[in-house]
Ligand binder design. Sequence first.
Ligand code: WTA
Length: 647
Amino acid sequence: MVKWVVKKGKFYFPSKEMKKIAFVKNEKIYKEAGENPIKFWEKLAREGISWFKTWKKTYVEKPPYFKWFVGGKLNASYNCLDRHINTWRKNKIAIIWEPDIPNEKNRILSYYDLYREVNRFANALRELGVKKGDRVTIYLPMIPEIQISMLACARIGAIHSVVFSAFSPNALKTRILDAESKVLITADGYYRRGKLINLKQSADEAIEGTSIEKVVVVKRASNEINMKEGRDFWYDEIIKKSKNYCKPEIIDSEDVLFILYSSGTTGKPKAIVHTTGGYLVQAYWTAKWNFDLHDEDIFWCTSDLGWITGHTYVCYGPFLNGTTILMHESVPDYPQPDRWWEIIEKYGVTIFYTAPTAIRMLMKYGDEWVKKHDLSSLRILGSVGEPVDKDAWLWYFNVVGNGRCPIIDTWWQTETGGNLINALPGIGPFIPTVAGRAFPGTRASVLDEKGKPVKEGERGSLVLLPPFSPGMLRGLWKDEKRYIETYWSKYGNRIYYTGDGALIENGFIKITGREDDVLKVAGHRLANAEIEDAINRHKDVIESAVIGMPDPIKGEVPLALVILRKDVTPNEQLTNELIKLVEKEIGPIARPAKIIYVDDLPKTRSGKIMRRILKRLIKKEDLGDLSTLANPECVEKLKEILVSQNL
Ligand code: WTA
């Protein structure tokens, strides 16, 4: 069995075998790229992407706005598909799809299959009246039609907005209204743990009273659904009528490729805007270098397409590289806890990229589930979404990777479009709980409150510095004010504030977690305020505060502290109603793990709830100075309540 890493001193480094094949293996790349990042990215843009017309200016900044490859023309779908089908990759496998229920048939799509479907669906969307710049909302489960839909939109210059299929009808509705989409692409249903989920029913509920005029329905589960004459169309039927070829629209480098809703610190989700040229350049190169993607690789990133990780590493990044990807409809532990290990063995997956929450869950089931399978095909393991703790890192490394594979811990965000901080497989070092360094040609730093870089070992805020990276967000959809406030206020308009805390250890960046009011529940990004807004809708609730409570598997889970109207006594039914409300407004992923009723919450003199103090209370950290509170006496009381609840 090939060993892809060796231990040197305290850390792991790539082995000779890894160095031999890795695309990037010389540490010098960081220095060279850093000397002139704009030139560096310009070269990468030329080599990695096919342009219909070259750009006039590589980088233009008018802080806090930044543009890349200005004047360049290209098409994302052309880059992901057309350029492969004129090569030997024409019949190379693009997607291997594994269903939820193992004995159901898998699906295998070649690049040519994908190309044909995308072309036909692009024509069908045009027939439905979709034009360049229109938004199309995609609410699909993990089936290949989700990438087909994204690429079909990209082909005709429509802006896709993918909404995670486990989001509730209300969450979908909010996102449709904000994007003003006229077309929705959804499915009849799908399977999860063998159970049928009626997705169309949720979609029907969501589109009432929105701008949606046409709905395309993919047949996945053949469950019974309502089809509204004139509004709803079966995907299969409209595809059948469509022509085989759709000429790709010529897209400007700075035209929007997609928007993706993500949680910020307020109740309202914000749509992060990504443009075409820069995003594709970064998706291509970060996929290629961070995962060292070769033509022989089978790449499995387990993220749902509803998140940025799915966009960049289950669609654009690998397809730009002509890679074979694996996609699984469902969860890691159904029907048995070795479902994922079985899939890796079945297809000889070489690169596996997942989230710490999944690692922790699989770790809990025990080593024997992993050991039942031959995982010798694995070469690289990846992690994303939240800090990976040492236990999980070591288990992933020793048990899943059998001590042979590097762990690439990739830090990034919906906003950055692609991985930005990690250790490259051919360079290393691979250090438990440490992400690494900024991708070549990008700059990150850890600053104190005054904006000075922190010393080794001290905590600070993680920031990104100009010229950033080509794939960075270009704004928030229809919300300039929030864009400036969120990212460009803390340190000014040329320093991007990530919202994460970090420290430098041995010269490398270690991420410590969110500093703001954003939760990471099983890797899913949620805002405290979103959940509070849902709870506060209940007639008996005066106000609430939601904070993250540490959880051994999910990383953190929402804990709600709720103040009720004076005349109401808490009871189980009320608790259930509040949970239902959160599920209805957001979805089951946001469900509070615990609801505690309290009389008072710590507040500033201006009446703002101090979640920071609540967070420290729950983590049993030093509470710091309480003198700025309007009601410091409530803190002791809260402490007692938490103790009585075994928290
Ligand atoms: C967190 C997911 C530690 C971080 C790609 C970030 C991480 C937020 C890591 C973005 C990592 C992501 N180590 N923390 N390797 N990767 N995060 O937008 O807090 O869903 O700001 O994008 O996830 O979440 P988002």
